[in-house]
Write a new protein. Structure first.
Length: 265
């Protein structure tokens, strides 16, 4: 499947921002599952690409002159191998055993993980865990924040894909399974479904396998990966800081469609 992606994020501020810096993980890279056919960023000024500690393609956008808005765009075409279930890497998976503030497992999560997986750390055990988390944490936007931890979302039993992913990471790591956060895009036939998405990958045997708790999918057929990390803060597409500006309004528009469909329009 070939996907066409268009992603635009606009930030507007009540007051003038004196300076800002944005860390952009908006560029996918080639892997066993995906081949980038074309990709470009539309930014206020040229920036250079670099690799972050997790191998993600990172652009740092610095605006040191006063501004009242920022528009960040990304677009391109990527071919997805829908038959590829796992991805192999040379790098050690052991760093992804480390808990973070957002993925710390409390006693309730540890007990849940052991019970629902039946203490199995193979793929079937993690798939059972994925389904159990989907049933435990109902999908409900607007309930949690970007800094909501796995333990908080688990206790509240409501959240979004970010919370589902953090909870899975907490559970998997409590079982001794390396697991990482994935940000990216998901193509779905449902126009109401958000195209920006998050899911988890766990190291099973000698490869990374996907676990999309929100959709109960253990095969990443229509998933396009942007970045990975220990949690949302490592892998989110746009993360920044600023001086001044007052209140901020953010509007994001994402379109993901099969390439043939785009050509016919």
């Amino acid at each position: 499947m070939r996907l066409s992606i268009s992603h635009a994020t606009t930030y507007r501020y009540d007051d003038q921002v004196r300076a800002s810096i944005q860390y952009l993980r908006l560029t996918p890279h080639d892997s066993e599952r995906q081949q980038v056919l074309s990709w470009q960023l539309d930014l206020p000024r040229p920036v250079h690409a670099q690799l972050d500690p997790y191998g993600n393609i990172l652009h740092v956008l610095t605006l040191d002159e006063p501004h009242e808005s920022i528009v960040i765009g990304a677009r391109g075409q990527v071919e997805i191998d829908e038959t590829c279930e796992a991805e192999h890497e040379r790098h050690s998976a052991l760093p992804f055993l480390r808990f973070t503030r957002l993925t710390q497992a409390d006693d309730a999560i540890r007990e849940f993980a052991a019970q629902q997986s039946k203490a199995r750390t193979d793929r079937n055990g993690l798939i059972d865990l994925m389904h159990a988390l989907n049933a435990h944490i109902a999908y409900q936007p607007g309930i949690t924040e970007v800094d909501t931890s796995a333990a908080e979302a688990f206790a509240g039993r409501r959240g979004v894909c970010q919370d589902h992913t953090h909870a899975f990471l907490a559970c998997a790591r409590s079982l001794g399974v390396p697991a990482r956060y994935v940000s990216g895009y998901l193509y779905t036939d449902d126009a109401e479904h958000l195209a920006s998405h998050a899911w988890a990958e766990a190291w099973v045997g000698d490869a990374w396998y996907s676990f999309d708790v929100t959709n109960c999918l253990a095969r990443p057929e229509r998933h396009l990966k942007l970045a990975v990390g220990l949690d949302y803060l490592d892998a989110c597409p746009v993360r920044g800081m600023r001086r001044g500006g007052g209140c901020e309004q953010m509007h994001a528009q994402v379109q993901v469609a099969p390439l043939l469909q785009v050509r016919q329009q």
